[in-house]
Write a protein that binds this ligand. Sequence first.
Ligand SMILES: [Zn+2]
Length: 163
Amino acid sequence: MSEEKKDFFVSDISLSYQYTAGNATTRFLNKVAEGKLVAQKCPKCSAVYVPPRGSCPRCGVATEEELELPDTGAVESFTIVHIPIPGNPIVPPYVSAMIRLDGADISFLHLIQEIDLADIRIGMRVQAVWKDKSDWGTTLENIKWFKPTGEDDVDPSVFKFKE
Ligand SMILES: [Zn+2]
């Protein structure tokens, strides 16, 4: 394969996005604005989804039953980010983790802070650190990050999706 020389230029651009959340996510984010983490439960397999999407992807049925979960959970997986991301104010290195809230069957991505990077591990118990209430909006950014609770780790087998 021959290498073709191409002309190019580098330029900064700005794009703005408008995200339509949908019914389930809108309900979830409105509760987050009140400091609540509200999941939805599948009527068929009892799986608990947070953030909810309005249906169970496994059973294909609507999830309408809602339940409030605590802001505590465990680290299901994680990565330590060393490379700065343009426009991201967080200075590396930092931990991005999939957090499984207590009572949930799926996890979501968030930051772990207030930790020595060498101590992060799967199964570590964590709790949300919320922003000041006056700064709350309809976003998971109401939670600044999660921090270790110091409790005993959970057995990673709890992360298996229930049959
Ligand atoms: Zn289901």
